[in-house]
Design a protein around this ligand. Structure first.
Ligand SMILES: [Fe+2]
Length: 381
């Protein structure tokens, strides 16, 4: 039996050490803090998990790898040929920030991958080439630089290139989030009913006009009453492609507006039928930093993947300076303090931002705050 003299004699240390061994042997963990520096300080343990770090991936490094891979890996070798951005703080887990996965893809001319679907939501943004192709549930979408294409959960889709030029796009998926929740699943083997039998198809038969998304949802505030707006699972935007020229035009219309001192001129992509974010898990922004614009510092627990699209600038994340130019991608981990700067006094800088903010909002976790020019902390949203 322990006595008060055990503490004094140091016997307690030996017994505690033995107790920790026993806990470990039985796959148990202690939850008590002996002192803040101890290994068994639970608050410290909870916060010690793998964390994404501020990081930038440069398109100058990615592009030659994409072309080399396209030479070495044909569609016969693999139907997938993407380069994935792995955050060094999360490796070997393939995640760009905690909840989001990012991949660049080069499509050879006339290359179409067979349809597949998954429980994961994805967005795809054209970077180069005008003939990127994604068929989504029978809507055949050809897209170019800056166009944003949704491939929602459970929607059959096939990617590729219907043109004669190489085409590069970047996609962001909620894959790490769905994996964490045991909700990630994939399905291949697309087939269509024909004369009462299922026939395998390499490409989906068109079921919608190629301009369906734009024709139905292209006029904000007006929607056809005679069409069903619950496409697919009904949990995502029924508009599958958002065209760059419209985003750019709206950004331009607000050029002389004050905007937000924390975000500049930032547009959020929305589900036109409900006004909500395009996905329950992710939302997207087109963000313009005007010449010389520098935002005030902010922090939020949503995690961001930013793709630089126009111009050049820098983002300082927890003291780490990330200098970016077109098609670079960078991670702004949730919980970090950051601000953006347009490096040019003449040209705009434009970022595409993907955020897991809707997930955090749905769960009541979302927090965002900024600092004023005077250094005062203010709650945002
Ligand atoms: Fe996919």
């Amino acid at each position: 039996m322990a006595t008060s003299t055990d503490k004094a004699t140091g016997n307690r240390d030996a017994r505690l050490a033995a107790l920790y061994d026993r806990l470990g042997a039985h796959d148990l963990a202690p939850y008590w803090a002996v002192n803040a520096g101890a290994d068994n300080d639970e608050d410290g343990q909870v916060l010690k998990g793998a964390k994404a770090v501020p990081y930038i991936w440069r398109y100058a490094d990615i592009e030659p790898i994409l072309f080399e891979a396209a030479e070495l890996i044909t569609m016969e070798d693999s139907e997938r040929r993407s380069v994935v951005l792995v955050n060094p703080g999360l490796a070997p887990v393939r995640a760009t920030v905690t909840s989001l996965y990012t991949a660049y893809r080069l499509n050879d001319p006339r290359e179409i991958m067979p349809p597949h679907r998954h429980s994961i939501n994805a967005v795809r943004i054209g970077l180069t080439g005008r003939q990127n192709f994604t068929g989504v549930e029978g809507e055949n979408i050809t897209f170019g630089p800056g166009d944003l294409v949704l491939t929602p959960a459970d929607a059959w889709h096939n990617h590729g290139n219907h043109g004669d030029d190489f085409a590069v796009n970047v996609s962001v998926l909620d894959l790490p989030l769905s994996e964490f929740l045991n909700a990630a699943s994939f399905e291949h083997g697309y087939a269509e009913a024909e004369d009462g039998a299922l026939v395998a198809r390499r490409e989906q038969t068109s079921r919608y006009a190629e301009d369906y998304s734009h024709r139905v949802y292209g006029k904000g505030g007006l929607m056809p009453r005679f069409l069903d707006h619950n496409r697919g699972t009904g949990l995502h935007s029924p508009m599958y492609v958002y065209r760059w020229e419209e985003t750019r035009e709206l950004l331009e219309r607000f050029r002389d507006h004050d905007g937000s001192p924390w975000d500049g001129i930032m547009l959020e992509y929305r589900d036109p039928a409900t006004g909500r974010a395009p996905y329950p898990t992710m939302t997207f922004f087109g963000q313009m930093l005007r010449p010389g614009e520098k935002t005030l510092p902010q922090t939020q627990n949503a995690s961001l993947v930013c793709i630089a699209f126009e111009g050049a600038g820098r983002t300082v994340v927890d003291g780490v300076t990330l200098d970016w130019k077109p098609f670079d991608a960078f991670a702004v981990p949730g919980g970090s303090w950051f601000h953006h700067e347009n490096a040019s006094a003449r040209d705009d800088a434009i970022l595409f931002v993907t955020s897991d903010e809707p997930t955090l909002r749905a769960l009541g976790f979302h927090r965002r705050q900024g600092r004023t020019a005077e250094g005062e902390a203010v709650r945002l949203d």
